[in-house]
Design a protein around this ligand. Structure first.
Ligand code: GLU
Length: 465
């Protein structure tokens, strides 16, 4: 039997890291078993679902490159199917019409609360066999009486819930629209889902869903409820903790594969390995190795991983993601160095793509002014002759490579018997406006001969004024 998993987001908000991790686990598990990963959009709550949220979820999935094998399916396009199943259940007697009024149900709840009982429907209409003409009616599922529902949860272990805890769930409202738990059941059955991997906030839905699947004669999927993600303060991760939307991590300069690696390890481990390629994750991921206890989100660790990915991924891959940030910063990338060269120059000193883009500012802009302290300290009158000599030698250089530039720097330093920073610091200031830059040869090679000489000559010009 082929493994079929599904990620079933409700489009009521953006794709948050918890959802993304669930999607990733569903994806990895399906891939590991050469199965199918299905995307199902649970959009039946028309009041809370929005097109913006749907787009944000699809954008997040696309950015993370978690491409479904099937879907997206939309529950709102399956109403006819749900209605058909409701009719079938009514016909075979696993569901029934209920005409209890809101007033009656409110009064019932009131009495139960006063008696310190759990509020639940008392089954008044269960055996009335009300006809279709008995409007208005809701349709309720005939939950089994007595006995237990046993969930062999792949993460939590065995969870047993007594049927006496469960009442007869409404599966269709008075207007005929199906309710949430019911649509999930019909879809999981119709889509042949074999493994339901989801957040453990859904655990209390599972016994009801199992009962309905059984009533439909469906084979049961295996369930795996994964623990919540907590903030670093131990509380449930929420907006208070800053970035929780996947796209916000893109905005803050994380690479999608670094975030995936981070999310995979958040609640799952394979020995003490921290860095995983996607293929390794697929090869090693097993639901049985998911932790039972909640994991705390740790931004520092994510930064560390992102740095690792910035340094170790092919420059072309990093550049393809850097491009977006460059455009956000308003840089005209057509006028600057090759993005791969920027990646090579800055990756060792960057933790995020944003930092990289900020550091590359001087590649697109000549300094409009010099850092005053740095200038006073390093650009003293005695350095101008060295600078002039440097400019002269560079002008003759036909091979504008890091290596060739390095040799010129060495030559000027040696001929004048000066220390390296005596030349390097003024050059840095001329090129970038401050003393922060990668090594001099790399910096000059990056911005090109014409622009390097222009900026150096501008500093020399200053000295003559
Ligand atoms: N639609 C649910 C949610 O977004 C998930 C339901 C499920 O996985 O069964 O939380």
């Amino acid at each position: 039997m082929s493994v079929r998993t599904r990620f079933a987001p409700s489009p009521t908000g953006f794709l948050h890291v918890g959802g993304a991790r669930t999607a990733l686990y569903c994806y990895l598990y399906a891939k590991r078993h050469q199965g199918q990963f299905i995307l199902r959009v649970e959009d039946t709550d028309l009041e809370r679902s929005t097109p913006e949220a749907l787009e944000a979820i699809l954008d997040g999935m696309a950015w993370l490159d978690l491409t479904p094998d099937e879907g997206p399916f939309y529950q709102t396009q399956r109403f006819d199917r749900y209605k058909q199943v409701i009719q079938e259940m009514l016909a075979v007697g696993t569901a029934y019409r209920c005409t209890c009024s809101k007033e009656r149900l409110d009064a019932l709840r009131e009495t139960q609360m006063q008696n310190k009982e759990k509020p639940r429907y008392d089954g008044l209409c269960r055996d009335k066999h009300l006809p279709e003409t008995a409007e208005p009616f809701v349709v309720r599922f005939k939950n089994p009486i007595g006995g237990d529902v046993v969930i062999d949860d792949q993460v939590l272990g065995q969870v047993i819930v007594s049927n006496d805890e469960l009442d007869d769930l409404i599966i269709a409202r008075t207007d005929g629209t199906p309710t949430y738990n019911f649509t999930v059941v019909v879809d999981d059955r119709d889509m042949g889902v074999t493994h339901v991997i989801r957040g453990n906030d859904h655990l209390n839905n599972t016994p009801r869903q199992i009962n309905m699947l059984k009533a439909l004669g469906a084979s049961l999927p295996l369930y795996a409820h994964i623990p919540m993600i907590l903030g670093d303060d131990g509380k449930k991760l929420s907006k208070r903790h800053g970035a929780v939307s996947v796209m916000q991590y893109r905005d803050e300069g994380y690479l999608p594969n670094a975030l995936l690696n981070y999310l995979a390890r958040l609640g799952w481990s394979y020995g003490d390995q921290e860095i995983f390629t996607l293929d390794e994750m697929i090869a090693y991921f097993d639901i049985a190795d998911v932790n039972k206890s909640p994991a705390a989100f740790n931004t520092e660790k994510l930064r560390w991983l992102n740095h690792h990915y910035l340094v170790n991924q092919p420059a072309g891959y990093v550049a393809s993601h850097l491009l977006w940030h460059m455009e956000q910063m308003g840089y005209d990338v057509s006028k600057g160095p090759a993005l791969t060269a920027i990646v090579e120059a800055f990756r060792d000193r960057s933790y995020t793509l944003n930092e990289m883009a900020e550091k590359a500012y001087f590649c697109y802009h000549a300094p409009s002014e010099y850092d005053q302290d740095a200038y006073t300290k390093h650009v003293t009158p005695d350095v101008f002759p060295y600078l002039q000599q440097f400019v002269d030698k560079l002008s003759e250089l036909s091979d504008w490579s890091t290596m060739a530039i390095h040799e010129v720097v060495q030559a000027v330093v040696a001929e004048n018997q000066i220390k390296f920073p005596k030349l390097a610091q003024p050059v840095r200031i001329a090129i970038t406006g401050s003393t922060n830059s990668p090594s001099i040869d790399v910096t000059l090679a990056l911005i090109g001969k014409g622009e390097s000489l222009r900026r150096l000559k501008k500093m020399l010009l200053n000295s003559n004024q």
